[in-house]
Design a protein around this ligand. Structure first.
Ligand code: HEM
Length: 464
């Protein structure tokens, strides 16, 4: 393989100290290819090594492809890296919530919020999840063609609105969902723009910006009025919003700093909403797709459900018995990790894989690449849930499979997501078989989450 010469924007980088990378165009580097086909360029770059550079102007991106280097980045060097410029556009929506915060603020919020995600605390949401799947299911008809991406998005939207805010009126849910959808589109579009242009577009009264601001004002108004109601009534509604309002920081210097401000609570619930809704919907959509593409595996999935549940709806207590269902989800998130790439910015220089990483460098660790690496997974493009034996897991590097990230920024909602994905899959799988629409070509749409382009049309068959 040839080693390209890269021209880093940061003059402190000594070119001879750079990891290899694919050949690139003068001046623009890989920028256009990256915008057009980020997965393609990452896949190609990965063939140059475990630590690779590619120039996505104005940044030089270090692509980290080896589980041990990913561990060094996420765990060993976590204090040298953070979100930085990666997520400026996300802040328009999330403010300083867990996803976007860095440094001491991130550590404090994580310390305060972690106990609220303990499995004992979230166990009660299991009933909501199954109940909502049962409530959704009568919309389905035998032989109907549905967009499974939309179906899963609707279902997880209702669940997140209920578990976060305690709301379940359809009209409210729809309005909140629409405002989020618009905000998501906006921050994705702005996130792809160069920095100065983004800041300008965000300031100017452009139609898209104005629509975003209106949607955001509606979300803020909804969240702040819920916060006020809860603070005034003092009633614990058992939703995540109530749990956040009860948090007390024992390490605060002053009593007034021991509770989260309204603004911080707002940022956190909006963050949880944005981080938790789309990801689980995407995981489920790809899982239905893979089940449809592998009828033998779908039959074994149904056999497990019939044997373990004997026709009654699943509860949390059933989950340990649904081992094949868990393997199906694990394998599905290997092939289609909902967060297909994760990013960091170097806040101070450090060393990775024998190379100096300068302050300001951008780093990407894409689960999609590592999860499909033949060094860790035989026949990596095959859907093989049976590969996930306890022995296989034991021998696998912790960061060869990391759909939920790792280190201090490990997904705080991992337990919530597993519970939701298993319960929804089991509840719906008990009653329905899915078939893919052969006229629809499945393509990846790598936004923040890995969506199927043009949705996921599928045929439903009622099971007898
Ligand atoms: C299948 C579903 C999900 C997947 C695949 C997923 C994946 C991830 C990943 C990869 C990260 C780390 C990103 C990084 O290191 O840069 C992350 C962080 C996060 N996730 Fe999830 N997530 C899922 C569901 C959820 C749910 C249900 C919630 C909330 C209820 C949630 C809330 C968060 C938050 C707040 C963070 C930021 C944590 C921090 O930086 O401290 N996620 N998620």
């Amino acid at each position: 393989m040839t080693t390209s010469v890269l021209y880093p924007p940061n003059p402190s980088v000594n070119r001879s100290n750079l990891p290899p990378g694919p050949p690139e165009l003068p001046i623009v580097g890989q920028s256009f290819r990256y915008v057009r086909d980020p997965i393609g360029i990452m896949q190609e770059s990965a063939t140059y090594g475990d630590l690779v550079t590619m120039s996505v102007k104005p940044a030089l991106v270090y692509l980290v492809n080896h589980p041990e280097l990913i561990r060094e980045l996420f765990v060993v060097n976590h204090q040298s890296v953070g979100r930085g410029r990666n997520i400026e556009a996300l802040k328009y929506l999330m403010g300083d919530g867990l996803v976007t915060a860095d440094g001491p603020l991130h550590l404090r919020q994580r310390r305060l919020m972690q106990p609220q995600f303990h499995h004992r605390r979230i166990a009660g949401y299991g009933e909501v999840m199954t109940a909502y799947a049962l409530r959704h299911e009568p919309r389905w008809q035998d032989g109907a063609r549905v967009d499974m991406a939309q179906e899963m998005s609707d279902l997880t939207l209702h669940i997140v609105v209920k578990t976060l805010f305690g709301l379940d009126l359809s009209d409210e849910v729809r309005r909140i969902g629409a405002a989020f959808e618009l905000s998501n589109d906006y921050v994705t579009a702005r996130g792809n723009q160069p920095r100065r242009l983004r800041a300008l577009c965000h300031r100017l009264p452009l139609p898209f910006t104005r629509r975003f601001r209106r949607g955001l004002a509606f979300l803020d108004q909804t969240v702040y009025s819920l916060i006020e109601q809860r603070r005034q009534s003092g009633v614990d509604s058992n939703d995540l919003l109530s749990l956040l309002l009860q948090v007390r920081d024992d390490e605060a210097d002053r009593p007034e700093d021991a509770v989260m401000t309204d603004r911080q609570v707002r940022d956190e619930v909006i963050t949880l909403f944005a981080a938790g809704h789309e990801t689980t919907a995407v995981a489920l959509t790809w899982t239905w797709y893979l089940l449809a593409a592998h009828p033998g595996i779908q039959t074994r999935f149904h056999d497990e459900l019939d044997g373990a549940l004997a026709g009654r709806p699943p509860t949390l207590d059933d989950l340990p018995n649904l081992t094949f269902t868990e393997k199906i989800l694990t394998e599905s998130m290997r092939l289609y990790p909902p967060i297909w790439t994760t990013g960091r910015m170097a806040f101070q220089p450090f060393e990775l894989g024998g190379y100096p990483i300068p302050a300001g460098a951008m780093l990407a660790a894409p689960p999609l690449i590592t999860h499909r690496d033949p060094r860790w997974f035989d026949d990596p493009l095959e859907f093989q849930p049976d590969r996930w034996t306890p022995e296989f897991r034991e021998g696998l590097h912790r960061f060869a499979y990391f759909p939920f990230g790792g280190g201090p920024r490990l997904c705080i909602g991992e337990g919530f997501a597993w519970m939701e994905a298993k319960l929804l899959l089991a509840t719906l799988g008990q009653r329905w078989r899915v078939r893919h629409d052969p006229r629809h070509a499945v393509k990846l749409l790598p936004l923040v989450s890995l969506r199927p382009q043009g949705g996921m049309p599928m045929y439903l068959e009622r099971r007898h």
